[in-house]
Write a protein that binds this ligand. Structure first.
Ligand code: ATP
Length: 360
């Protein structure tokens, strides 16, 4: 099967650049999630792949064949929308086989496809019902079934789980993931839900303002964010990001800090070393910070708010005007109490003045 390739793809709506110079390759057996805040260009990108939106510049290709000029119906891609678009007067079975009408399959092959889809999506018991007799989760599965019953070049999903409640989402994430693994077609899923992207994507493309900030495995974008946007966007609770500077170097490594603290970080912690006077941003995840020891100490953190999050508490501190978050199982101090927050050096992310990653 063929890979899907986007080369320097842009979309201009009048004077507005909704998507700018996107390069992406999705392997035949790969699920790529486009993740980003509202309005960053995810849906526009998906619609350009489907052919529902023209490409202003660049190309969309399957297996090296440029399809940018082809209309949607000639691209052989399947797209499942946020809204189910099931035919209300047709049964589930009729809805499912509808997309096969134009394919000229014989009755046996049609039945085989239907049986397969009904079995992987567990729709066997509701095939004779109509959409109004289905639960939300069942409707969603029929919509997915209509999408996968054909054997298209690629699968495209726009916010596939957005209408489901939390428990159903969890179920569906797992089942869609399992189904996708059997299809062996490049798949693109648009979502603004990072949990969805983390659990369903082999890789994630994090988008902002029409561009791609980072593409990587879920683990990569979480552990090694390329820049401060990705660092702040991926992960809940959000990473703490502090403004600081490079204060020089000593025998132990690079000295970094603020007016209120200085820390020495070994050279090996940087893939690119900052110079004295450079503006920096320091980041650490709330789970990597604690009220106990830690090589990197922030003295004089004042507790502003403590939030219960099940087994843990999220503590919000003010450290000389900068927000510091700590996720802990320990007892929360009183509001206004002063504490030292400690961070393990290995958990420290360092970014330069333009927000680009400096640490390994
Ligand atoms: P959301 O998560 O809210 O769906 P998105 O990341 O999918 O957002 P898009 O729908 O791709 O974002 O929109 C990207 C930008 O392009 C937005 O600023 C949007 O207002 C603009 N846009 C989308 N479609 C059109 C259009 N047909 N004409 C003009 N502007 C558009």
């Amino acid at each position: 099967m063929s890979e899907l390739t986007l080369t320097k793809v842009s979309k201009q709506f009048g004077g507005f650049r909704a998507v700018e110079d996107i390069d992406l390759t999705v392997a035949p057996d790969e699920v790529l999630c486009l993740l980003g805040p509202s309005g960053c260009g995810k849906t526009t990108t998906l619609r350009m792949i489907a052919g529902l939106e023209s490409v202003s510049h660049g190309s969309v290709a399957f297996g090296g064949r440029d399809l940018s000029a082809l209309p949607a119906q000639d691209r052989n891609v399947a797209m499942a929308f946020q809204f189910y678009a099931l035919y209300p007067d047709l049964t589930v079975e009729e809805n499912l086989v509808f997309p096969l009408a134009a394919e000229g399959l014989d009755a046996r092959e049609r039945q085989a496809r239907l049986d397969h889809v009904a079995s992987v999506l567990q729709l066997g018991g509701v095939l004779q019902r109509r959409p109004h007799e289905l639960s939300e989760g069942e409707k969603q599965r029929v919509a997915v079934g209509r999408c996968i019953i054909r054997r298209p070049n690629a699968f495209l999903f726009d916010e596939p789980l957005s209408r489901l409640d939390v428990a159903l989402r969890e179920d569906m994430r797992g089942s869609i993931r399992r189904i996708l693994a059997t299809l062996n077609r490049p798949t693109v899923i648009v979502t603004h839900d990072q949990l969805e992207a983390m659990t369903m994507g082999d890789r994630i493309a994090v988008m902002r303002d029409g561009g791609i900030e980072q593409v990587g495995t879920p683990q990569d974008v979480f552990d090694y964010p390329d820049n401060t946007f990705v660092a702040g966007f991926i992960g809940t609770p959000q990473m703490t990001l502090l403004d600081g500077t490079c204060l020089g170097a000593d025998d132990g490594g690079i000295v970094i800090g603020t007016d209120h603290a200085r820390w020495t970080v070994p050279h090996a912690h940087f893939h690119r070393r900052p110079c004295k006077g450079d503006r920096l941003t320091f980041g650490f995840r709330p789970r990597a910070a604690s009220l106990e020891a830690g090589a990197l100490g922030l003295d004089g953190c004042r507790l502003v708010l403590s939030e219960h999050m099940g087994a843990e508490k999220l503590l919000h501190f003010d450290w000389h005007g900068q927000a510091v978050r700590v996720l802990t199982q320990s007892r929360a101090p009183e509001v206004d109490a002063l504490r030292r927050v400690g961070v393990d050096l290995r958990a420290l992310h360092v970014f330069d003045g333009d927000g680009r990653r400096l640490s390994v």
